[in-house]
Design a protein around this ligand. Structure first.
Ligand code: CA
Length: 342
């Protein structure tokens, strides 16, 4: 226990070994002009009942993604220790300053929590939080679900997401954890850039990590919140931590849960121009190779033909740009293909 207090600058009253429900804080140093001895009080809950797996549930890794934080706050209030076996650690706002500000990045140090792992005890506030999670929490954890959404800039099909992992046993267990959530899509994805991700931090420790992309546009819908809450319950049932029957939630009048893949960069379409993006397709639409996905209008030159964006492969429209205004390099569309492996 002494090692813990020596290696992190974050304090907490949480006793991770104690049975029962504790709702408390991580105390993160936050000295600033307005508050010389100021501290960020970041909510955390530990709900434990005897032996069993440890499940970590996080939301607000990006502060403009709300399904996770809302579902996890509701879980903290409703989940009683007697209804579970094992330990659930809940952090509704992993980048808590960002969640309070409604921004993707921290308003304090401008950092992206999901590009900051493994963190730095002597770094800025986002690095200090990441370092605490990496060194103090992850060693206790068997399974982590990190609940994201599309945020301000993207709409996603409500989904859970995993990576291609080299270890076969870890991959098999991770696929099952992905399927267990029963989101409309379970996506195996090759990311554009994995440096500093929370995902990689957990995966590199040989543990099960499932990300989620539950909606987007920095808004909530009743369906995406319900998908998140049902998915968390399904995960608890899957890992033998809760009794009950898993349910497949409804999204846009369909009750389905399928495994798909985004295997390479060809599935991502970036903007090559700036202007106003007019999408031609809605999420879940089928796309043929070469099909126009949308077009970018130049407001300065209304008589000029818009720049048309074409799909570079076939698939289903899994993600699309949310705001109309776009710059060069923005991700405008991501396609997913039915999986033949899983
Ligand atoms: Ca995110």
């Amino acid at each position: 226990m002494n090692a813990k207090t020596e290696t992190t600058r974050v304090g907490t009253d949480a006793n991770y070994d104690k049975d029962g429900k504790q709702v408390t804080h991580l105390r993160v140093p936050n000295s600033r002009n307005e508050s010389g001895w100021g501290t960020l009080l970041m909510p955390i809950a530990v709900i434990k009942n005897g032996a069993g797996p440890t499940l970590l549930l996080t939301g607000g890794n990006h502060g403009d993604e709300y399904e996770g934080p809302v579902a996890l706050m509701k879980l903290i209030r409703s989940l009683e220790p007697k209804s579970i076996k094992g330990r659930v650690i809940v952090i509704p706002g992993l980048n808590f300053p960002a969640l309070c500000a409604g921004t993707r990045l921290s308003p304090i140090d401008g950092r992206n929590m999901n590009r900051t792992f493994p963190g730095d005890r002597a770094g800025s506030i986002t690095q200090v939080i990441a370092h605490y999670v990496q060194t103090q929490i992850l060693p206790m954890v068997d399974v982590a679900y990190d609940l994201h959404s599309g945020g301000y800039s993207m709409f996603m099909m409500p989904s859970v997401m995993i990576h291609y992992l080299p270890d076969k046993a870890q991959m098999a267990a991770t696929v099952e954890a992905m399927k267990a959530f029963r989101a409309p899509v379970g996506l195996v994805i090759e990311e554009l850039d994995t440096e500093g991700m929370f995902d990689s931090a957990v995966e590199n420790m040989g543990k099960i990590f499932v990300g989620a992309e539950l909606g987007g546009g920095a808004v909530l819908t009743p369906e995406t919140v319900a998908i998140t809450e049902t998915g968390i319950k399904n995960a608890l049932i899957h890992f033998g931590m809760m009794a009950g029957k898993p349910e497949t939630p409804v999204w846009r009048s369909r009750r389905e849960s399928r495994v798909m893949e985004t295997p390479d960069i060809g599935c991502f379409s970036m903007s090559t121009g700036a202007g106003i993006y007019e999408p031609f397709l809605e999420l879940r639409d089928e796309v043929a190779d070469g099909q126009p996905l949308g077009q970018i209008h130049d407001p300065q030159n209304p008589d000029r033909a818009p720049l048309v964006l074409h799909a570079k492969t076939s698939g289903m429209l899994y993600c699309r740009r949310a705001p109309g205004r776009v710059e060069v390099g923005d991700t405008l569309a991501v396609l997913a293909k039915p999986s033949t492996t899983w």
